[in-house]
Design a protein around this ligand. Structure first.
Ligand code: ARG
Length: 232
């Protein structure tokens, strides 16, 4: 939908699923993170759009339905561009690249080196994520799998020792390893690319956001936002 009259900005509503640090999380009741700052900078680069102040915070696997139902207009949730998701939504150009890691309890007895070492163990991931897809596709019935609504819940079980391992995006694994009693056992290459998700008929928005990503990457802003959230 394009409501833009000359000079009028179309307000778009962003949706995310917090608990995925440092991309999106609640700190002191406020939604913050890399994706939050990046999408704000990207939308500011566009001519026709402005971002609504309030973001919708939803379950990860409710984001695509919410986009399709027009409850939100853009997904900014460290969401990997996949062919399966592209059957129902469109993505912008990639704004971040990631692989997957396996997280375990710090100093625990479980110390896997490769995916096959998870056989026979209790493994968790967040519902609807690519991490969950890897467990299902690569390990199937060989592991005792639990699906969590949020990765934070899975990390807490790992800290308590009631779960053996989690499959999760590498940058997020590193961030949890910094703040909690968990460590990265190993990382494996998946070559995932994160994109902002838009409705398939929203070509104008898709193009505007992709151009905005390129502009933010060319300016110093992308590096500043990376520095802020990754300290790199
Ligand atoms: N990149 C992974 C995926 O697309 C995990 C994303 C999880 N994001 C979140 N906000 N919880 O499936």
């Amino acid at each position: 939908a394009d409501d833009t009259d000359d000079g009028e900005l179309e307000t778009i509503v962003a949706g995310t699923n917090p608990g995925f640090e440092p991309f999106q999380m609640n700190v002191d009741g406020e939604l913050v993170g890399f994706d939050v700052d990046l999408l704000e900078a990207v939308v500011a680069e566009t001519d026709g759009y402005e971002l609504a102040d309030d973001w919708e915070e939803l379950e990860f696997d409710s984001l695509i339905p919410a986009l399709e139902n027009e409850n939100i207009d853009v997904i900014a949730a460290a969401m990997t561009i996949t062919e399966e998701r592209e059957e129902s939504i469109s993505f912008t150009e990639s704004y971040y690249s990631a692989d997957q890691s396996v997280l375990v309890q710090s100093g625990g007895d479980v110390d896997p080196d490769e995916l096959e070492d998870l056989e026979g163990l209790e493994v968790g991931a967040q519902s609807g994520t690519t991490g969950e897809g890897i467990v299902e596709d690569e390990l199937g019935d060989d592991v005792d799998y639990t699906s969590y609504d949020n990765y934070v819940l899975a990390v807490e079980e790992l800290e308590r020792g009631t779960l053996d391992a989690i499959v999760i995006d590498e940058p997020v694994a590193e961030s949890f390893a910094d703040d909690r009693d968990v460590e990265v056992a190993f990382t494996f290459e998946t070559g995932e690319e994160y994109g902002f998700g838009v409705r398939q008929d929203d070509d104008d928005l898709q193009e505007a956001l992709s151009e905005g990503i390129a502009a933010v990457e060319e300016s110093s802003e992308y590096d500043e936002i990376t520095q802020e959230w990754f300290g790199e």
